[in-house]
Design a protein around this ligand. Sequence first.
Ligand SMILES: [Zn+2]
Length: 357
Amino acid sequence: MKTLCMAGMLLAGVAGALAGDVVLGVNGKTRHQIVVPDEYANPIARASVEYSARLIQEVFATNAITMEIVAESRKDADKHGIYLGATRFAAEHGVDISRLDGWQNIHKAVGKHVIIAGNDMTNPIQPGTPVATKIRVPYYVTLHSTAEFLYRYAGARFLKPGDDGIEFLPVLVVSVPDDLNTIQEPYFREHDWGYYKDDIYLFNIANHAVKFQKIWSMWGHQHPVAVPYAKYGQSHPDYFIQSRSLRVKNTDHLCYSNEEVRELIYKHILEKCDEGYEIVEVGQPDGFVPCGCEACHDLYGIKPGTCTHGAPAGFRGTISSILPMKAVYWWNTMSGSCRSTCCRSSTESRGRISMPI
Ligand SMILES: [Zn+2]
């Protein structure tokens, strides 16, 4: 009975696949080759495509199918191709990889051929840039595209980091719709991912755990960058916290009731947006210490003249209503407007409140 059912499923699968699908593998056979570019634009593109090709080979091997990897100029003309990356075939069939933005990638069927591609490139963040991440993950976009393709159509499951973390579920018929033509990108981008360094971060990349790239951050603590004591300490001691009736010297902690302090932080956000960062993360100095001046009394309820170090932390809700303690600022390059969490209506209207944290 089980055999009959399996045979029935197989026949149904084949019949279904033939009705309008491109069959990539069935019954231990394939008419496809994995086709890679003859040349690569950069080492990242080579690594991304070569890893992708090996991954496809493994998936098909699970189904007892041997699939060759060939350079485009050496492709067997009698076979169909699974074209990876920036191949001539892709360009000749309307896939302009340079127009794909960031991690956007394409799955496309052309007759019996399939294109899987993205714009592989190095990470634009240069060493020394004050960013939150120490791992500047390159754009392995074709690899992400391939992993997603294999997840959708070939039974690949990326369950944990490492070679033993990938499961390839047997699939009776590996096929894709013959009208396949989709552009997709990772579902979830974030910048605090703990990255698992299997040789190319496949676990993260396959699971849509892709880091934001153009992010301006100082591990979340930007206020001291916007209002540095080295620059303002002498001329504007009132920018900084007061404790025991005295303004504190050489501190990163600010007096947030001061309009100019808030304005400097706001301008700092706009400057970074103008420099092209997609996200500007702004947070208070680490180990926050509230200000004990008269004007800040309404923010924190701290009796002026007392020591503010170790003050109770019941202030956050109050100060968040004036300036979020941590915020994410989005730069919309299409409209040229900065969509931020604390852009205030009293300032030039390039921003608006969107997402307090
Ligand atoms: Zn104050």
